[in-house]
Design a binder for this molecule. Structure first.
Ligand SMILES: Cc1ncc(COP(=O)(O)O)c(C=O)c1O
Length: 506
C-alpha cells in the first residue's frame, strides 16, 4: 500500500498535514493511486504515520476541497473517478497587462520616432535623430585607467553605498565652477543625480502639484514635456526667437497669472539651438525676482560652443538664488554613466534629498568618483577643446550637404553650439509625413511637433549633427533629401514662388 510509504519531515517548515496531502496528491496524479481506490481510514493512517488523527483529517479535507478524493457512504474515502482539472485543461487567456497598470498621465504624443533603446540596434538606419555625442570620441582609455585605479586603490568602498547628496569632491568641483564665474556656491548647494533627466524628475516630484502652472519654451525639450505632463500641472508655452525665450511675452503672463516655475534651456537650446541673449537673461531674472518665481535652468550644452563663448548661465548671474540649475556629463562626455547635478538653494536641496533617496538611494558611487578624478586631472577641459572643433566641423558638413541637396525645400539655422539644426520645411510639407518617407530611405530625424505642448510644429524637424561619423553625414543628408523630394512629388508642390514665400525660421 503506497500510503504507508509517505515520508514525513518533522523539521520542515511545511506543516505535516500539507506534506501528507501533497504526497497523496502526487500518488493520485501519477496513477499509483488509481480512480476508485479506497484510502486508508484516517485512524489507521494516523497510526501508521505516527501522527494525530486530526492531521490526517486535515490532509483529506484539503484533497477533498481540491476534488482529488470523495467520501462515499459505506465505502469510506476513495480517489475521484475524474481527476480535477489541471492547468493544461483550462482555456488559458494571457493577462492583459494594461488592466493592471496604475494610472499614469498619458504622454499623449505619438511619434514615429523610435524609442532610443532600439536606436542603436538597426545598423542600416542612419540616425539624424539622436541627441548623443559621437562614441568615437568618448575618452574611453582615460576612464578605463581611472576606474581600474579607483578600484585598486580605494577598494570595496567604491562598490559600497554612499551619501544621498553625492560624492563630496565632485560636489565641490561643481560648486567651484560657479565660484569661478563669480557666483558664490558651496558643495551643500549641489545634489548629484543620475543624469539631469532624473534631476528634472526629482524637481517635478518635489515642487509641482497638479493645479500648478508651469511655463516652458516653444519649442522645448521633449523629455521635459514628458516629465511635466506626468506630474500633471497646466503647461503654458512662450515662443522662442533667434535670441531665446521672448521674455516680454512671459512678463505679460506673469503679470496676469500665478506661475509655479519657468523651465528654460537658455544656451544652445534643444531643439532650436538658440542662445538667450545677456539682456534677456537679466530681464528674465528680474521677472523671477519681481514675481517670486523659481527658474529651472537646464544646461547640458553650454560648454559645447563653436564660435563665441555664450553669456554666463542664469545661475551664475542669479543674485537671489531663484535659479535651480541642472547640469550633466551626458553631452560633454558620454551619456551611459548617467551622472548629472542640481545646483540650488540649500532648502531646495534638503527637500530633494528624501525624494532622491526614494528613487535610487544615491547615484552610482564608482562613477561619481571617476568623473571627479577626470575633472580633477584637467582632462575635461582638454576633451572639450577637442570636441568643440569636431562638432563645429560636423555641423558645417551637415549644412554643406543640406545646401547641396535640398536648399529649395527646407530652411535651417546655424547654431553656435550644441547638437542640433532646427529646420522648417517649405511649401506646407509636414515632418510626420516626411519621417514615413525617411524610414523607406533608412534615415531618421525627430519631428518638430513633439517639442511643443500644442504639437503645432508640424512643418518643423530636428536634425542632429553630433552623433554621425563624418563619413556618413553626406550619405545621411542624401537619404533625407531623397525622402524630401519624394514627399514633395506626392504633394505636387514646388512652384518657386510658393517655396520662397516662407517666413524666416524660428
Ligand atoms: C535639454 C536637455 N536636458 C536634459 C537632457 C538629458 O540629459 P541626461 O542624459 O543627463 O539625463 C537632454 C538630452 O537630450 C536635453 O537635451
Amino acid at each position: 500500500m503506497p500510503l504507508t510509504e509517505i515520508h514525513l519531515d518533522p523539521k520542515s517548515r511545511i506543516p505535516l498535514y500539507l506534506q501528507i496531502k501533497e504526497q497523496i496528491k502526487d500518488l493520485i496524479l501519477k496513477d499509483i493511486l488509481p480512480e476508485g481506490k479506497r484510502l486508508l481510514p484516517t485512524r489507521e493512517l494516523a497510526r501508521i504515520l505516527g501522527v494525530n488523527r486530526s492531521t490526517i483529517v486535515s490532509a483529506y479535507n484539503e484533497l477533498l476541497a481540491e476534488g482529488f478524493i470523495e467520501s462515499r457512504v459505506g465505502r469510506g474515502t476513495v480517489v475521484m473517478k475524474k481527476k480535477p482539472a489541471q492547468e493544461s485543461d483550462y482555456n488559458y487567456e494571457p493577462l492583459n497587462w494594461s488592466e493592471f497598470f496604475a494610472y499614469f498621465p498619458k504622454t499623449n504624443h505619438y511619434s514615429l520616432y523610435r524609442d532610443s533603446d532600439s536606436l542603436f540596434t538597426q545598423e542600416d538606419i542612419i540616425s539624424l535623430g539622436t541627441g548623443v555625442p559621437d562614441p568615437k570620441y568618448y575618452p574611453f582609455n582615460d576612464f578605463q585607467k581611472i576606474i581600474s585605479k579607483l578600484l585598486k586603490e580605494k577598494g570595496r568602498i567604491m562598490l559600497q553605498l554612499s551619501s544621498v547628496e553625492g560624492c563630496y569632491p565632485l560636489r565641490e568641483t561643481i560648486a567651484d565652477w560657479f565660484n569661478f564665474e563669480g557666483k558664490s556656491t558651496s558643495p551643500g548647494e549641489v545634489l548629484i543625480t543620475s543624469g539631469s533627466n532624473q534631476g528634472l524628475y526629482l524637481l517635478a516630484e518635489t515642487l509641482l502639484n497638479p493645479e500648478d502652472l508651469v511655463v516652458v519654451e516653444n519649442p522645448t525639450s521633449m523629455n521635459a514635456l514628458r516629465i511635466f505632463r506626468a506630474a500633471g500641472p497646466k503647461i503654458i508655452d512662450i515662443p522662442v526667437d533667434e535670441t531665446g525665450m521672448k521674455v516680454d511675452i512671459l512678463e505679460n503672463l506673469l503679470s496676469r497669472q500665478r506661475v509655479k516655475m519657468v523651465y528654460t534651456v537658455p544656451t544652445f537650446q534643444n531643439p532650436s539651438g538658440t542662445v538667450l541673449s545677456l539682456s534677456r537673461r537679466k530681464k528674465l531674472l528680474d521677472l523671477a525676482y519681481k514675481y517670486h518665481v523659481p527658474i529651472i535652468e537646464d544646461d547640458p550644452y553650454s560648454k559645447l560652443y563653436y564660435e563665441r563663448i555664450p553669456p554666463l548661465s542664469l545661475k551664475a548671474l542669479d543674485k537671489h538664488n531663484n535659479v535651480i540649475y541642472l547640469g550633466t556629463f551626458s553631452k560633454i562626455l558620454f551619456p551611459g554613466l548617467r551622472i548629472g547635478w542640481i545646483v540650488a538653494a540649500k532648502p531646495v536641496i534638503k527637500q530633494l534629498m528624501p525624494v532622491k533617496r526614494l528613487v535610487d538611494l544615491h547615484s552610482n558611487t564608482l562613477e561619481q568618483h571617476a568623473f571627479y578624478e577626470y575633472c580633477n586631472q584637467g582632462l575635461l577641459e582638454k576633451h572639450l577643446q577637442k570636441v568643440r572643433k569636431i562638432y563645429a566641423k560636423k555641423r558645417d558638413l551637415t549644412i554643406a550637404a543640406l545646401k547641396k541637396c535640398c536648399s529649395n525645400l527646407i530652411d535651417w539655422n546655424k547654431p553656435e553650439g550644441g547638437y542640433y539644426l532646427w529646420c522648417q520645411l517649405r511649401g506646407g510639407l509636414n515632418s510626420t509625413d516626411l519621417l514615413r518617407e525617411a524610414f523607406y530611405e533608412k534615415v531618421e530625424f525627430i519631428e518638430g511637433k513633439i517639442f511643443s505642448t500644442k504639437e503645432d510644429r508640424e512643418e518643423w524637424l530636428r536634425l542632429n549633427f553630433s552623433y554621425l561619423d563624418e563619413d556618413l553625414i553626406e550619405e545621411g543628408i542624401n537619404r533625407f533629401s531623397k525622402a524630401l523630394c519624394k514627399l514633395r512629388k506626392r504633394h505636387k508642390i514646388g512652384s518657386s514662388k510658393e517655396v520662397s514665400s516662407v517666413k524666416p525660421i524660428i
